[in-house]
Design a binder for this molecule. Structure first.
Ligand code: TRP
Ligand code: SF4
Length: 324
C-alpha cells in the first residue's frame, strides 16, 4: 500500500476552512493509503519561538478536531513531530547538502518575512523551514503528500533535496509526489479569507447556536440594501456556504429567488445555517464525545511509538550510507 504523509502546524482549534482545505482529504485518504499525519510543532516554533507556551495545548485541541472530523487512530498514525527525534537528525544531514540559494528562492520565505514583520523571522530556523519539512517527508519514504497549492514549492524543494542526497550517498529515499487538494473558496463572515486571527471564522468546535449566529452575520451582496432590491448569489459572500453545504434544490431556489427579490437575505441565511448544521452538528457532537471519552495523550503516545519505529528504520540505512 502506498504511503501518505502530511503535517499541520498546531494552531489550536480548527475552522471550516481547515476542514474543507485539508482535513476532509486526510479523512478520505486514510481508506486508500497507509497514512501518517502529524502536528508540526517544531515548525510552529519557527515563527512562535518567543511564545512556545501555547503549542502543547494547541496541539491537543487540533488533534481533538482531527478525531471529530473522522481521522481514525486505528487506520492512520497520528503523531507529534517533536516526539520523533530522528526528524531532527535527518534535518541536520539534509542541511549539509542543501544550497542556501535554493532556500532563499522559496516564495513563502520573503513573503512570510514581510507579512509577519513583527516576528523577527531572519533566523536560520525560518530559512531552514523547508529542509525540516523535507526531512519530515523523506524519513517515512512517503510516496505522496496531500498539500494545498501554497505548499507546492516546498514539495518541489523536497524532491530536489532528496534527489541530491540520494546522489551523494547512494541512498534510495523516495521522491514524494504532491497530491494537490482543490480548495473550495470558503471566506469568513466578513468576506476575507477565513482565519482565526481575523476573528471571522466558524470553528469546528462552535456550538450549533454559535454556528447559526455566525452564519446570520455573513456579508451578502451589497446591492441588496433593502428587502425589495434584487441580488446576485454569484457575488454574494454568504452564497459560498450554500455552494458547499446546500442541496441542489436549495441552491436552485436561492439562485432564482435572490435575483427577483423573492426571498430576503435573512431567509436565505437561515437556509444556509440549516445546511451548515446538518453537516456540522454531528461533528460537533462527535467532538464533545472525543473530549469526554478519548485519552488524546494516549492516542498520540501510540502514534509517536509507531512513527518512531518507522523513522528509525530509514535512519538506520541513512546512517550506514553516510558512514558516520
Ligand atoms: N508546512 C506545512 C504547513 O504549513 C506543515 C508541514 C510541516 C508539512 N511538515 C510537513 C506538510 C510535511 C506536509 C508534509 O501547513
Ligand atoms: Fe446572498 Fe442569499 Fe442575500 Fe442573495 S438572498 S444576496 S444569495 S444572502
Amino acid at each position: 500500500m502506498k504511503r501518505i504523509l502530511s503535517g499541520m502546524r498546531p494552531t489550536g482549534r480548527l475552522h471550516l476552512g481547515h476542514y474543507h482545505g485539508v482535513l476532509k482529504n486526510w479523512v478520505r485518504l486514510q481508506n486508500e493509503y497507509e497514512c501518517f499525519y502529524f502536528a508540526a510543532d517544531w515548525h510552529a516554533l519557527t515563527t512562535e519561538y518567543k511564545t512556545p507556551q501555547n503549542i502543547i495545548a494547541d496541539t491537543r485541541e487540533m488533534v481533538i478536531d482531527w478525531l471529530a472530523a473522522g481521522l481514525d487512530p486505528e487506520r492512520c498514525v497520528l503523531f507529534v513531530q517533536s516526539a520523533v527525534k530522528t526528524h531532527a537528525e535527518l534535518f541536520v544531514l539534509f542541511s549539509m547538502i542543501t544550497p542556501t540559494p535554493w532556500l532563499e528562492r522559496v516564495p513563502s520565505y520573503k513573503e512570510q518575512q514581510e507579512n509577519l514583520s513583527d516576528k523577527e523571522l531572519n533566523t536560520f530556523g525560518f530559512l531552514g523551514y523547508p529542509v525540516l519539512q523535507s526531512a519530515d517527508i523523506a524519513i517515512y519514504n512517503a510516496h505522496a503528500v496531500p498539500v494545498g497549492e501554497d505548499q507546492l514549492p516546498h514539495l518541489e524543494l523536497t524532491r530536489e533535496i532528496v534527489r541530491r542526497f540520494n546522489h551523494f550517498y547512494a541512498t534510495e529515499l523516495v521522491e514524494p509526489q504532491a497530491i494537490l487538494t482543490e480548495m473550495p473558496r470558503l471566506p469568513g463572515i466578513d468576506g476575507r479569507k477565513m482565519s482565526k486571527s481575523y476573528g471571522n471564522a466558524i470553528m469546528l468546535s462552535d456550538s450549533p447556536e454559535e454556528m447559526r449566529k455566525k452564519v446570520m452575520t455573513y456579508v451578502t451582496d451589497p446591492a441588496r440594501k433593502r428587502r425589495q432590491d434584487p441580488g446576485d448569489p454569484d457575488v454574494c459572500v454568504l452564497y459560498n456556504l450554500h455552494k458547499i453545504y446546500s442541496t441542489d434544490e436549495v441552491k436552485a431556489e436561492v439562485q432564482v429567488e435572490c435575483r427577483r427579490a423573492g426571498i430576503g437575505c435573512v431567509d436565505c441565511k437561515k437556509m444556509a445555517a440549516e445546511s451548515v448544521l446538518r453537516f456540522h452538528e454531528p461533528m460537533y457532537e462527535k467532538r464533545r464525545q472525543v473530549e469526554q471519552e478519548t485519552d488524546v495523550a494516549d492516542v498520540l503516545a501510540e502514534g509517536n511509538r509507531k512513527a518512531t519505529e518507522e523513522a528509525e528504520k530509514t535512519m538506520t540505512g541513512v546512517r550506514a550510507a553516510v558512514g558516520l
